[in-house]
Design a protein around this ligand. Structure first.
Ligand SMILES: Cc1cc2nc3c(=O)[nH]c(=O)nc-3n(C[C@H](O)[C@H](O)[C@H](O)COP(=O)(O)O)c2cc1C
Length: 186
């Protein structure tokens, strides 16, 4: 089974990229195949609501979204980590979420994949829970099976995330919960 990690930060090698790498390492140690999507590596334009995908056709926007569709389809679990920007996910990640409507319109292709979310803010209470909630909304609208950290909503961290031991524990609990649920679904 494969878990894909999405970092929603535009900053290469930043807190979210590092967190995704660490979480995928945990999944790999548990025997899962892993892959990632780094927003910082990708040019993904916002959806223009042209409606073409609703007619079963390919998205006409020529950018890096095509490999993202392929990676999302290939995954059994999708873990997303976003920076908090003004209390919610980054615009770059939202563009990816909106463009994924093609997969919903062409047969709910993400349905029953397991999803989990993490958020990193510059402040302790900077909107991490709301950011996670907005990622969960994306997952629910795709019909995914959403998991948290086993007690609350997911990974909630403050920058610098590598020094936030309490937050890191919520992230580790979240990826382990995803692995547990995927193992139950095998
Ligand atoms: C435009 C912008 C808006 C931000 N808004 C918030 C915010 O509302 N709450 C918060 O806690 N941190 C906020 N931050 C801080 C980022 O969440 C933080 O720098 C980010 O998680 C670091 O992750 P990265 O190193 O992966 O980019 C903001 C940063 C930027 C650039």
């Amino acid at each position: 089974m494969k878990i894909i990690g999405i970092s929603g930060s535009p900053k290469p090698g930043g807190n979210n990229d590092q967190l995704v790498e660490k979480m995928l390492g945990i999944a790999k140690d548990r025997g899962f195949e892993i892959d990632n999507i780094l927003i910082s590596d990708s040019e993904i334009a916002p959806c223009t609501a042209c409606g073409v995908c609703g007619k079963g056709e390919k998205c006409p926007i020529d950018d890096d979204m095509q490999p993202v569709y392929d990676k999302l389809l290939d995954a059994d679990g999708i873990v997303v980590s976003s920076p908090v920007y003004f209390g919610t996910m980054t615009a770059q990640l939202k563009a990816l979420c909106d463009r994924s409507v093609l997969l919903r319109r062409q047969g709910f292709k993400l349905s029953n994949k397991v999803g989990a979310a993490m958020a990193i803010g510059g402040s302790r209470n900077g909107g991490q829970e709301k950011t996670i909630q907005s990622v969960h909304e994306w997952m629910h609208i795709h019909g995914m099976v959403v998991v948290g950290d086993g007690g609350h909503f997911g990974g909630i961290l403050r920058k610098p995330a590598a020094e936030d031991d309490e937050g890191m524990k919520t992230a580790e609990d979240t990826i382990n919960k995803m692995c547990d649920v995927l193992e139950l679904m095998k």
